[in-house]
Design a protein around this ligand. Structure first.
Ligand code: CA
Length: 229
């Protein structure tokens, strides 16, 4: 499956930080085959310079790095108020490590060894939610959504949504005026290896309608959902 096209003709650019030569090479080649542009760093030390020189759409970060550890790279990134989506790769798979990674600002987490297909699915999911327009305030159907602050305003007040309600709303708003398939919305809320039930998307759409009014999200049977522009 081809990655999501960006608004321009530029490829989506991934910053890969991995010290293992073999895995790094495998990942670099795989990303290139999937039509992503990729820059590979073998350690955490040059990350900050790379980020200030090049606009990336996503970072794939190994936690076990020599010198500056991955967790420190992550904390620095968030301390710098950098909104870049980060997918963390690590051999460590304990619950404590996952919680630590999430608390430090990771957007998703993959434990080695992993299947390439799963990595790509998670990368696509993060790029759909973030992508090139990350940071731009979105407005549609009376809703204002700030993707960095993850703040939603409707009818003159702030709306508190669950993570999944928010994820679905953000995808719909990034595609305002266009129908988005259920499969694509499912991919957007698929995280942490959770199973997505067959009616999961319907449940969240129905909850969002209750919050935003019945006409806020349109359904076209067999096609998907749309938030009018
Ligand atoms: Ca490593």
């Amino acid at each position: 499956m081809a990655p999501l096209a960006s608004s321009g003709t530029d490829q989506l650019r991934i910053l890969l930080v991995e010290d293992d030569e073999q895995l790094g090479e495998t990942l670099e080649q795989a990303f290139v085959l999937e039509q992503y542009a990729v820059d590979w760093l073998r350690g955490g030390e040059p990350v900050r310079a790379a980020l200030s020189a090049t606009p990336y759409d996503l970072m794939v970060l190994d936690l076990g790095l020599p010198g500056v550890p991955g967790m420190q790279v992550l904390r620095q990134l968030r301390a710098d108020k950098h909104a870049l989506p980060v997918l963390v790769l690590t051999a460590r798979g304990t619950v404590a490590d996952k919680v630590d990674g999430l608390d430090s600002g990771a957007d998703d987490y993959l434990t080695k060894p992993f299947e390439m297909d799963e990595l790509f699915a998670r990368v696509r999911s993060l790029l759909r939610r973030g992508s090139v327009q990350r940071g731009t305030e979105l407005q549609a159907a009376g809703v204002t959504l700030d993707p960095i602050e993850r703040r939603v305003e409707f009818d003159g007040g702030e709306l508190t949504l669950t993570a999944r309600e928010y994820a679905i709303l953000e995808i719909l708003m990034r595609n305002a005026g266009r129908f988005v398939s259920r499969a694509r919305l499912e991919e957007g809320i698929y995280r942490w290896g959770e199973e997505v039930g067959s009616n999961t998307v319907e449940v969240y759409i129905s909850r969002l309608r209750k919050r935003l009014g019945g006409n806020a999200i349109e359904t076209l049977r067999g096609v998907g959902y749309r938030i009018p522009q």
